[in-house]
Structure formats: structure tokens, C-alpha cells
Design a protein around this ligand. Structure first.
Ligand code: ADP
Ligand code: ADP
Length: 226
């Protein structure tokens, strides 16, 4: 069984005024261990599709199944809990908590899930080392470069071994060196922990590293490669 599956999923914004068909009937399945890029021009529906996969938007039509469960049937409390336990999110603007250190930003998500303290300490240090940021564990986000902040954000997304990670334009604010470095580290974790990554991008160098490319156009699948 696929980890995530969308069936004819559709999102129309402002249906009663000026309807915007952001996602227009996308059916796709994602398997464990994928490293997949959603690509296409600005406005083609990448963010909306990722938000539907992550339960951040409710479909106007169609369904999103995670491990066979239709997440559009969950109420908002159930969805929040579902996201916390199943999905790691990475955003273009890093979205770290400014008053917390790198270590605390990663630990926090595990504390919310009430992991034992000992396992939190071990897992956070393991991930900060894997993401080559352990020497900055006690720095706050504003003391870190963009590339370093995004490595912390990926460590945070990986912390509780979610079923999959959704990353919306994770390298959009990074220079080419930091972009290549982040992709190396994401691929390393994809192989080492079999983490499933689904990310959007319009950077050619990022697309080249994807194991599967899904190109959108006007909210539909234009083509798929690899
Ligand atoms: P991409 O991520 O590929 O740039 P988006 O998913 O952000 O595409 O947007 C797809 C289309 O939906 C665009 O036309 C965008 O303007 C529109 N859109 C996105 N979010 C909203 C919203 N909250 N309300 C109205 N229109 C939106
Ligand atoms: P990206 O291309 O990186 O997806 P956008 O600028 O399209 O970024 O969108 C950034 C945010 O603004 C998204 O969360 C999206 O939902 C929202 N948004 C995009 N277009 C619109 C719109 N026309 N009306 C309202 N919100 C929008």
C-alpha cells in the first residue's frame, strides 16, 4: 500500500466569488522511501498540492489517503494530532522558533509528543550531527546562516521519524553552495533512514537530484519522469 495517495484531489479557492482552480484533479501515489520533486512555474499549484497532502488545506473535491486513512474526514483537532505524529514540515522561510536554540527547536517537537527525555537527547544530537550542525546546537536561529537554519529545520522535521516529509521550496532562499549541501544531507537521510521526502522546487539543480519528478501545469499533472 502507498503511504500517501491523492484521488482526483481538487482545490478551488473563493468558490463563491472569483473561483481559482489551484489544483485540478490530481491522482498520484507515493511509496515509502521516495525522494520526489513537484515542479512547475509559479502559480501552477505546487504549494496548494503540498498543503493538501499535509492536511493544511481541505480538498474541495477528491480525497487524500495516508496509510489508507482518508484525512479529509478528520476534524481540526484530529488533523493537528495527525500532522504532529505523521508528517515533518520544512518551509522556505525555515520557521524556527526565534527564542529557542537549534537544539531546543528540534527537541521541542519530540517533547510535544512526550518522548522520554533520554531518547530526545540522543535523537536530537544524532540528527544535529547528521545535519552537520552539532557545533551550533546552542545558537539561536538569528545567529545562524540560512543554510544552517534550514539544516536545523530538516533535523526538526526528521526528529520523530514521521511517515513522510513535505518541503515547500526548501532551497528557495539558499545560495548554490548551501542548496547543494542541503540536498546532499536530505539524500543521505533518505537513504540512511528511508525517510520519504516530497518537495517542491523550481531550481533546476534541485530537480536533477530528485528520484522522481512530477511536473504541474495549471493545477494538473503535465508529465512525470524517472
Ligand atoms: P505555486 O506554489 O506553484 O506557486 P500555489 O499553489 O501557491 O502555486 O497557487 C496556485 C494558484 O492558486 C495561484 O493562482 C495562486 O494565486 C492561487 N492561490 C493560492 N493560494 C490562494 C489562496 N489562499 N486564495 C486564493 N488563491 C490562492
Ligand atoms: P509560492 O510560489 O512559493 O507557493 P506564493 O507567493 O504563491 O508562494 O504563495 C505564498 C502564500 O500565499 C501561500 O501560502 C499561498 O497559499 C498564499 N497565496 C498565494 N496566492 C494567493 C492569493 N491569490 N490570494 C491569497 N493567498 C494567496
Amino acid at each position: 500500500m502507498s503511504i500517501i495517495q491523492t484521488t482526483n484531489v481538487t482545490k478551488v479557492y473563493n468558490p463563491d466569488t472569483v473561483p481559482v482552480h489551484a489544483v485540478n484533479g490530481i491522482s498520484l501515489a507515493f511509496e515509502k522511501g521516495e525522494f520526489s520533486a513537484i515542479v512547475g512555474p509559479s502559480g501552477c499549484g505546487k504549494t496548494t498540492y503540498l498543503n493538501l497532502l499535509g492536511g493544511l488545506e481541505t480538498p474541495t473535491k477528491g480525497a487524500v489517503h495516508v496509510d489508507g486513512q482518508d484525512i479529509s474526514q478528520l476534524n481540526s483537532t484530529e488533523l493537528t494530532d495527525f500532522r504532529l505524529h505523521n508528517i515533518g514540515f520544512v518551509f522556505q522561510a525555515y520557521n524556527l522558533i526565534p527564542v529557542m536554540s537549534a537544539y531546543e527547536n528540534v527537541a521541542f517537537i519530540m517533547e510535544l509528543q512526550q518522548f522520554p527525555l533520554k531518547s530526545i537527547e540522543e535523537r536530537v544530537m544524532e540528527l544535529l550531527e547528521a545535519m552537520e550542525i552539532a557545533d551550533k546546537a546552542h545558537q539561536r536561529p538569528n545567529q545562524l546562516s540560512g543554510g544552517q537554519q534550514q539544516r536545523v529545520a530538516v533535523a526538526r522535521a526528521l526528529a520523530s521519524r514521521p511517515k513522510f516529509i513535505l518541503a515547500d521550496e526548501p532551497t528557495a532562499n539558499l545560495d548554490s553552495k548551501a542548496t547543494a549541501n542541503l540536498l546532499d544531507l536530505m539524500l543521505k537521510m533518505n537513504e540512511k533512514e528511508e525517510t520519504t521526502f516530497i518537495f517542491s522546487t523550481h531550481d533546476d539543480r534541485v530537480m536533477q537530484r530528485a528520484k522522481r519528478l512530477i511536473k504541474l501545469e495549471d493545477g494538473q499533472i503535465a508529465n512525470e519522469t524517472k
